[in-house]
Design a protein around this ligand. Structure first.
Ligand code: SF4
Length: 412
């Protein structure tokens, strides 16, 4: 048993047009109190303090919280093997602040072997000095928010960086000794064409990151782009979003080119050179335990899921007062756990072991549900959407762009 720790840093320099995350653009003065609050939450979690006072919980949630508290009681006994700083834009924090948080983690938890310690970073925030300080603080993996190498697309998406910043950032990271870099691209940005997509992918391959994520743009109704798509307007380029078929073709072309370049496609949106899969993110798809700290961070201990207050100021105030910031606690029912095995596990291209799932969930309570899933799997297999190889079920490799529809057919 090992534990992943996620640290949420909910601050950004600007709001990207497609983003509807709970992140804010705040003055730098807010960073230090936030770092202090996260460090205190780390220590509090390790001491297994009750973080629920002041929040109304259902009886089910209280029961789940008892479980989560029990899990939190023995952090020293559960070694941490991955740490992931996500956001937001965690690279906006001063290196000293990031180092303080890592120091607090090392003090509160035991670390297993060589932990994977990831920092999400935006290219324009990186200097050689910062990259060196990150390496010295213990970060050994950088997830670079590239999105595109095309300045017009970056501008339309509201990103702060430009193509040249990406090259400069990679040079600094490599010079600082960071040997595990992930880059992500978004298929479907406003004004993207097959030719600009191919060019971005080509530039990424030249830079040779160890890990690649390709996301197909999903327009969130709450984002500025989403609102424009509904209400009309020309400010954010909603009318210049490529059609769905083009976006799917961009993704499929990436699958082909990344495979040719030696990357292993291991999750719907993720590729890695051998030995560089994201150990932290694998925990999410495999339903392993992780502890989320910071505003809006989510946690899972195998039996319950819980989340902190989203508002960063309110979060810091609650932690400061010692009343904790945990607000949603939900026990995972056996039905939910069974569904999660499918919609999380099937995201991995290696698929899931149906025999194991039937052995774990096929008892009295869920016998009918498991039987119904078996019928649905057979139906999806006939349609060529999933493949069953012995007891291993996986999404059909050429139908990954419709994975959401497959999950709905399987689980609704
Ligand atoms: S940097 Fe990331 S979290 Fe921040 S606004 Fe852009 S997409 Fe959202």
């Amino acid at each position: 048993m090992s534990l992943g720790v996620y640290i949420q840093v909910p601050f950004c320099q600007t709001k990207c047009t497609y983003c509807n995350f709970h992140t804010g653009v705040v003055s730098r003065e807010r960073f230090e109190p936030y770092v202090r609050a996260v460090c205190r939450e780390i220590a509090d979690s390790a001491r297994a303090m009750d973080c629920s006072e002041g929040h109304e919980l259902t009886a089910e949630a209280q029961s789940a919280q008892r479980i989560s508290r029990k899990a939190a009681r023995s952090p020293q006994g559960t070694p941490v093997d991955t740490v992931y700083f996500g956001g937001g834009t965690p690279s906006l924090l001063d290196p000293a602040g990031l180092e303080e948080i890592i120091g607090a983690l090392r003090k509160a938890f035991s670390f297993a072997g060589e932990p994977e310690v990831t920092l999400e970073a935006d290219p324009e925030t990186i200097t050689l000095g910062k990259a060196s300080a990150w390496r010295a603080a213990g970060f050994n993996r950088i997830s670079l928010g590239v999105q595109s190498f095309n300045d017009g697309e970056l501008r339309a998406a509201g990103r702060m960086h430009r193509r040249d910043d990406i090259y400069r950032a990679v040079e600094f990271l490599r010079a600082a000794g960071l040997a595990n870099i992930s880059m992500d691209l978004i298929a479907g940005l406003a004004h993207q064409t097959r030719s600009t997509w191919d060019a971005s992918l080509g530039e990424l391959l030249v830079l040779g990151p160890e890990h690649v994520s390709i996301y197909m743009l999903e327009i969130d109704e709450g984002s500025r782009l989403g609102k424009e798509a509904i209400a009309g307007g020309a400010r954010y380029g909603a009318a210049a979003i490529p059609p769905d078929d083009d976006i799917a073709a961009f993704y499929e072309s990436a699958c082909k080119r990344l495979a040719e370049a030696g990357y292993e496609h291991y999750e719907i949106s993720n590729w890695a050179l051998p030995g560089f899969r994201s150990r932290h993110n694998l925990k999410y798809w495999r339903r392993e335990a992780y502890l989320g700290l910071g505003a809006g961070a989510h946690s899972f201990d195998g039996r319950a899921r819980w989340a902190n207050i989203h508002d960063a100021a309110q979060y810091a105030a609650c932690i400061e007062k010692g009343i904790g910031a945990r607000e949603q606690v939900e026990a995972v029912t056996p039905e939910q756990a069974l569904d999660e095995e499918f919609f999380l596990g099937l995201r991995q291209l290696e698929g899931i072991d149906i025999a194991r799932i039937e052995a774990v969930y096929g008892g009295d309570g869920l016998r009918d549900r498991v039987a119904s899933l078996r019928e649905r799997i057979a139906d999806l297999q006939r349609q060529g959407l999933v493949e069953l190889d012995g007891t291993r079920l996986r999404l059909a490799a050429d139908r990954l762009t419709v994975s959401n529809e497959v999950f709905v057919s399987l689980l609704d």
